[in-house]
Design a protein around this ligand. Structure first.
Ligand code: UD1
Length: 390
């Protein structure tokens, strides 16, 4: 590696970080300019939530795994800061790159700021306006301490400017997660999961639910599941189930779900373990409808032109409402049922390929980010070899 390679520390922590980091890390690896290091905080540690994504997204194993595991928000954040802080003091990177809005994102950005190492935040400027969401706190704090803010949609820059972030730090580069989607789509379409589950194209619904606001209150969760069971009388509902949701449902005594295994077909709510990236994209691609409280899935359905009902009061990704197939239904289960019936019973115009994705959701975001990083590092940071010599 050339003496003037810049050491860039790239952080992943939880599942939704993986599809953002994979294309960026690959792009950095292919340029002599960078000496990229991959750090996994270990916020997610189950095979299904972590390792399988490294395999399918062809990401190398992390250079460092901090193995912080689960905990309260503050203990998890503190553990990441403590362990990542030590690593940063040992390695002295020239730059730290964080993605998304999970606890690991904020914790590592704070470490960078306190160690006076420039921080780049990918997916900056998204705001739900709802500070009861842990992710919203993570977004605001991360953006406040980052030196480079890479945005996925045009409105994000307005949010950042409103918070006093200077324009020259903001770079509209598009959606890095869509790079992974573009790259993986053919393989996802070859996934055998749909066929094994006996699902027909546009003949089933995909459900994901994991936000504390939706799953932690047993009464609310039960009401929601009853509504989903009603939808599932007509269309099978495939429910890849996050560990926290699984634990909550187990405590409810609700018997309207069936754990899918080979041979089980037909209507009903079919739960499966958290799906791998390619199986999941393959499922979503041909769903008649997606019901979700996830952030990333609002974007993936937008790109794929699949109808999506977001079971939340707000979204930090308004471009998916303006430009895509996403509809915000609020958190009333009755409203969810009404909207789902409308979508499932009305022939809709958002068929595959008929829509234009939001600006710069084109699979080329990683290369745009790398160009900005390169320019920034050359202008503002003395490379490691020079620093040591000085
Ligand atoms: C985290 C992110 C959320 C993201 C989600 C994607 C924060 C604040 N939240 O939420 O933005 O949408 O990831 O999945 O960072 N658990 C396991 N195995 C694991 C990881 C977690 O069983 O590998 C269980 C543990 O019981 C844990 C719970 O899931 O307490 C929640 O995990 P945590 O990482 O705290 O948050 P998520 O709900 O996964």
């Amino acid at each position: 590696m050339p003496a003037r390679s810049f050491r860039v520390m790239n952080v992943v922590g939880a599942r939704p970080n993986m599809m953002k980091m994979a294309p960026l890390f690959k792009e950095m690896k292919s340029a002599d300019f960078f000496d990229p290091i991959l750090v996994h905080t270990g916020q997610h540690y189950d095979y299904d939530l972590s390792q399988v994504f490294f395999e399918q997204l062809q990401m190398p194993q992390p250079d460092h795994n901090l193995e912080v595991g689960s905990g309260t928000h503050h203990s998890q954040t503190a553990a990441v800061m403590e362990r990542f802080g030590k690593l940063v003091q040992d390695c002295r990177p020239d730059m730290i790159v964080v993605v998304g809005d999970v606890n690991s994102t904020m914790a590592c950005a704070l470490v960078g700021a306190k160690e006076l190492i420039p921080v780049a935040h990918v997916e900056a400027g998204l705001r739900s306006g709802d500070r009861t969401m842990p992710e919203e706190i993570n977004r605001v704090v991360t953006d406040a301490v980052s030196d480079l803010l890479f945005t996925t949609e045009e409105g994000a820059a307005d949010n950042l400017r409103r918070e006093g972030i200077p324009q020259e730090r903001i770079h509209f580069v598009g959606n890095l997660m869509i790079d992974s989607l573009v790259h993986g789509l053919d393989a996802a379409r070859r996934s055998s999961l749909k066929a094994r589950m006996g699902l027909k194209a546009k003949g089933y619904v995909v459900l994901t639910l994991h936000r504390p606001a939706n799953v932690d209150d047993p009464t609310r969760l039960l009401k929601t599941l009853k509504v989903v069971a009603e939808i599932a009388q007509e269309y099978p509902v495939v429910f890849p189930i996050h560990p926290r949701t699984k634990a909550r449902i187990a405590n409810l005594g609700f018997d309207g779900t069936r754990e899918w295994s080979e041979g089980i077909e037909g209507p009903g709510i079919l739960t499966i373990p958290p799906a791998s990236y390619l199986d999941f994209i393959g499922l979503v691609d041909e769903a008649a409808l997606v019901i979700t409280d996830s952030g990333g899935l609002q974007e993936e359905t937008t790109y794929l032109g699949v109808d999506c009902l977001t079971f939340r009061e707000n979204t930090e990704r308004p471009v998916t409402l303006l430009h895509g197939t996403n509809r915000l239904v609020g958190t009333d289960p009755g409203a969810l049922l009404r909207e789902a019936k409308i979508v499932l019973h009305t022939p809709h115009s958002n068929s595959h390929g008929s829509q234009v994705p939001p600006p710069l959701w084109d699979g080329k975001t990683a290369s745009r980010i790398v160009s900005v990083l390169q320019e920034y590092l050359l202008k503002n940071v003395v490379g490691p070899s020079l620093r040591r010599a000085g």
